[in-house]
Design a protein around this ligand. Structure first.
Ligand code: ADP
Length: 501
């Protein structure tokens, strides 16, 4: 500030001639300027340089550039300085660090020229120093950010190629942009003749039921058309006996303003898992099958025994207990078999026109003894007759299960209502109870095999957790849906909707 004022005074007090004008120009140039003697001393300095290095002009002129230079950068400057003095070069440019009066570093962009007298003898140097500290800091930050990005890119790239999951990136139009090593390796199985790098190419890719996938079914095609999915399972390979199973997921990739710029797909090989599941299903279904035959024989003989008039009364009671438990065992084995069948997609329906009103009444009758025992009332709200094309015994299983659950998960005084009605193109069976209800976090799981509610387990109400899973499989096999509404302590409503046509 004080320097500026003295400058203004200069201007007012003198009428500058050419040399004076030149001196003032140097003095007020926004770029640091100095005349440097051949020994390195600063002979003349301007305001900008004083400000840049934090010294008054008199202090600076007593110093040599050597002591104002950061020690690490001095050699580079001295070397050029000597080269200029020896006549090798006339000028040089250098980015170097200066030391500010308070000790901090100042980055300067230095341009130096040697001034010679008319006979060519070196007189002094004229130097321009631009303060580039801010620019330097900005460049450093930029470099650090770039280094970090590069590091991240390399890490991601290493992960990309190391993971045991095939990864594919496609662009907006479904062209293959990048794939990792794992995916490139597995591409040979479905596409032995090569792949053109466009989503939807048909190859040896099969649905779990053995059908060949068409272009529209291919995961890459679906992803290229905006689909997102998980666990899309299929088999690949020409030889049906040696196929490999994959589970695929896809996510859309979006740009900064949400526009679709492509999709990412992950392919996980799950052959072993699929084989293990198949073995488990076959094991469960063959064991349950094998258990049923001897059990039916046991039940047959128990029935004969129970019919004997000469049976002592205590033995008759024991036979009844044995009968009851053998029946329970049979029901359990049948349930396990049903779950295995449904999971393997082997739930075969024998549809025929069936009066659902009769079916519902019969289910209620079956549950009557248990309902009475528990003090729960069961009523039916159904039209006179309602016929639909269903598998009668399977649908009976559905209604039996829902009604017996309604009774089982209610308390004395509660009520179960079975409503039957025709809806457009569909029939609806609703089983509603005023019982214990289901906790909100359990609602989503009641259809999972072997799931049993926490409260139910704590109260030791017997069951296997298979009933609702079988119910759901049967409903789905009919092309229908089942939904659940429930609130703890208020009760539950299961609604089955079946297509009527
Ligand atoms: P299980 O009755 O043998 O336990 P389910 O598959 O029929 O098996 O039912 C699974 C679980 O769902 C039950 O254990 C229970 O926690 C819950 N649940 C089913 N029906 C009802 C109902 N009507 N009211 C309350 N909870 C129910």
């Amino acid at each position: 500030m004080s320097q500026r004022r003295s400058g203004e005074e200069d201007r007012m007090q003198v009428t500058p001639d050419g040399t004076e004008l030149w001196r003032l120009t140097l003095q007020y140039s926004p770029v640091g300027m100095t005349l440097v003697g051949l020994d390195g001393r600063l002979l003349m300095v301007n305001h900008a340089l004083c400000e840049m290095l934090g010294y008054a002009a008199e202090e600076l002129s007593q110093r040599g550039f050597q002591e104002l230079t950061h020690p690490d950068d001095l050699d580079a400057d001295l070397e050029q300085f000597e080269r200029a003095l020896s006549g090798e070069i006339d000028s040089y440019r250098l980015r170097k660090r200066y030391l500010h009066a308070d000790g901090h570093e100042v980055w300067g962009d230095l341009s130096v020229a040697l001034v010679r007298d008319p006979v060519g003898e070196p007189l002094h140097f004229v130097s321009q120093i631009l303060d580039v500290s801010e620019q330097h800091e900005y460049e450093q930050r930029l470099r650090a950010a770039n280094d970090e990005l590069e590091h991240e890119r390399q890490t991601l790239s290493a992960i990309f190629d190391t993971v045991n999951v095939g990864l594919l990136l496609i662009d907006r139009d479904g062209r293959y942009e990048r794939m990792n090593r794992r995916h490139a390796e597995t591409m040979r199985l479905p596409f032995p003749g090569g792949h053109a790098g466009e989503a939807g190419q048909v190859g040896h890719v099969y649905f779990p039921d053995g059908r060949l996938m068409s272009t529209e079914d291919m995961p890459s095609y679906r992803a290229a058309h905006g689909a997102e999915f998980d666990d899309y399972t299929y088999w690949v390979g020409d030889d049906a006996a040696a196929r490999t199973a994959f589970s695929t997921s896809a996510r859309q990739v979006r740009g900064p303003s949400g526009e679709r710029i492509g999709a990412a797909l992950a392919y996980q090989e799950i052959t072993d898992l699929m084989r293990a599941m198949r073995v488990k299903d076959e094991f469960v279904s063959s064991v349950s099958h094998e258990l049923r035959t001897p059990l039916t024989t046991v039940l047959g003989y128990l029935e004969l025994l129970a019919d004997r008039p000469d049976l002592p009364s205590d033995a008759a009671g024991q036979v009844r207990i044995a009968q009851r438990n053998a029946l329970r065992l049979l029901a359990l084995v049948s349930d396990v078999l049903d779950v295995a069948r449904a999971e393997a997609g082997h739930l075969v329906l024998a549809r025929m026109p069936t009066d659902l009103t009769t079916l519902v009444h019969e289910a209620v009758e079956t549950s009557a003894p248990e309902a009475e025992h528990r003090g729960v009332s069961v009523r039916v709200d159904a039209p006179e007759r309602l016929v639909a094309e269903v598998d009668e015994s399977r649908l009976r299983q559905v209604v039996d299960n829902l009604v017996s659950n309604g009774v089982k998960y209610s308390e004395r005084g509660d009520a179960v209502t079975v409503s039957l009605r025709a809806a457009p193109g569909a029939v609806e069976i609703e089983v509603s109870d005023t019982g214990i209800g289901i906790a909100p976090d359990e609602v989503a799981h009641v259809f999972d095999p072997f799931f049993r509610g926490g409260q139910v387990v704590a109260s030791q109400i017997s069951g296997t957790g298979l009933g609702l899973n079988i119910v759901q499989s049967i409903v789905v096999a009919h092309g229908g849906t089942i939904t659940l509404d429930s609130e703890p302590s208020r009760g539950s409503t299961f609604r089955v909707t079946l297509p009527s046509g």
